[in-house]
Design a protein around this ligand. Structure first.
Ligand SMILES: Cc1cc2nc3c(=O)[nH]c(=O)nc-3n(C[C@H](O)[C@H](O)[C@H](O)COP(=O)(O)OP(=O)(O)OC[C@H]3O[C@@H](n4cnc5c(N)ncnc54)[C@H](O)[C@@H]3O)c2cc1C
Length: 414
């Protein structure tokens, strides 16, 4: 049986970064990445942005050039799926039947796109956006599609709407909540994005569900929505979140429900097994010490570094400030901190100029900022979030005063 010192499951953002960081830190042992996609690690964010709109080819979204991995002796076992883990004897089993022994295991398997469970969810022309394969198969059907229905008004759904409206498709977004981005942003930001999409001709239906998807000869022809209306479409994109890919680990005895539970060192309760990225649930000081499972490149990358540091003998705890971005039309959103649980949202700047920020407070403390086309606020606001600065809404609302000067004024909260 093959033996690997550090075996990484998943060749996405987290998995790739663990291997990269280990070699940067002069780790001499053997490293292998088992990934079920046939591709070398690539960036997922462009899948709903520049890759979808055709502005960036696949080669330009690779995380590293192809020769990088061989040069650093990182063994790529692609097109392979881990189906079982034996945490006692330290080996994994692949779908091919092959077993691999490991000294340390890093589980970085991300998530599986959630599907609708109504009738017609499996018709041809119904797609999710999680992998290159998903987007490629969608693009193959795109030429004959004029009308597209996007189910889910989260970041992925809205980015897809923006990318496809550039390609002159008629787009309807169906969102079950009463505003878009309800899970991740405050109401003012939701309303702003709804108006932007509307101005680009995207039809957004709020508080609306999908009753069933209708087909003809196995292909989608439209969607019956909960208002009783029937909306015709040649293509349906489902963007309703992910299910963490943790089944083999759970079966091996890992604790966790919505994701694998990890401690501040990204360790699971199984010996020698770490978990990082979209599939890892951890306690976050940026969420009032509650358990969160973050889905962002920052989280996957920073957790990968925490694991690499420990595997090279340096104690490390994960306490990085969360950040995120989203590009839609010519709007660049940059987020720092986690806004959920805020009790106040302060607008800074001018919505009509499409350059503003929303500062989120909880009990007077700054917990997050959403910055639209205002990188300066994003960069300077980071200190307010990391320090949990206490500031008055009136001070934050005055955009003639820089956040940097506010950060310098308030004492650091411990
Ligand atoms: C369309 C889209 C747009 C996004 N946009 C942004 C953005 O703008 N900004 C941002 O910060 N984040 C964005 N994200 C989120 C970001 O891409 C993820 O948070 C990040 O990819 C998480 O990295 P990961 O390593 O945890 O998982 P992934 O990158 O998903 O990698 C997991 C890999 O593991 C593989 N795998 C799963 N199970 C197994 C198994 N049993 N055996 C072997 N391999 C397995 C999967 O196929 C996958 O290749 C976006 C995500 C998507 C899908």
């Amino acid at each position: 049986v093959k033996h690997v010192d550090v075996l990484v499951v998943g060749g996405g953002h987290g998995g790739a970064q663990v291997a990269i960081a280990l070699r940067q830190r002069k780790f001499q042992g053997s490293i292998a990445i088992v990934g079920d996609e046939p591709h070398l690690p690539y960036e997922r964010p462009p899948l709903s942005k520049e890759y979808l709109s055709g502005e960036k080819p696949f080669e330009r979204i690779l995380i590293r050039p192809p020769m990088f991995w061989a040069e650093r002796q990182i063994d790529m076992l692609l097109g392979n799926r881990v189906i079982a883990v034996d945490p006692v004897r330290h080996y994994v089993r692949l779908g091919s039947g092959e077993a691999i022994k490991y000294s340390k295991l890093v589980w970085a398997a991300g998530g599986i796109a959630r599907q609708l469970n109504c009738a017609g969810h499996d018709l041809e022309g119904v797609h999710v956006i999680r992998s290159r394969a998903d987007v490629d198969s969608m693009l193959r059907g795109m030429e004959c599609a004029n009308r597209v229905i996007i189910v889910g008004g989260g970041y992925i759904g809205l980015e897809a709407a923006a990318a496809l409206s550039k390609c002159n498709k008629k787009i309807t977004v169906v969102e079950s909540q009463d505003r878009v981005l309800a899970r991740v942003a405050g109401e003012p930001l939701s309303r702003f994005y709804e108006a932007e999409h509307c101005a680009h001709g995207v039809d957004i239906r709020l508080s609306t569900g999908v009753d069933c998807i209708k087909g003809s000869n196995g292909r989608v022809v439209g969607v019956q929505i909960s208002t009783g209306e029937y909306v015709p479409a040649e293509l349906v994109i489902v963007g309703i979140g992910i299910i963490p890919a943790i089944e083999p680990l759970r079966q091996a005895g890992a604790s966790g429900d919505n994701g694998v539970d990890v401690d501040a060192g990204c360790r699971t309760n199984l010996p020698g097994i770490f978990a990082i990225g979209d599939c890892a649930a951890h306690v976050s000081g940026f969420a009032g010490d509650t358990v969160v499972r973050l889905e962002s490149v920052q989280n996957a990358t920073d957790q990968a570094m925490i694991v690499a540091r420990q595997l090279t003998g340096e104690p490390a705890v994960y306490d990085a400030v969360p950040w995120f971005w989203s590009n839609q039309y010519n709007l660049r959103l940059q987020t720092v901190g986690l806004s959920s649980g805020h009790d106040q949202a302060v607008l800074r700047g001018h919505v009509e100029e499409r350059r503003f920020s929303i500062v989120y407070l909880r009990r007077g403390q700054v917990i997050a900022l959403d910055c639209i086309n205002s990188t300066k606020d994003y960069v300077e606001g980071r200190a307010l979030v990391t320090r949990k600065s206490v500031l008055k809404a009136s001070e934050l609302a005055d955009s003639s005063v820089s956040l940097k000067s506010l950060a310098e004024r308030v004492p650091i909260q411990l």
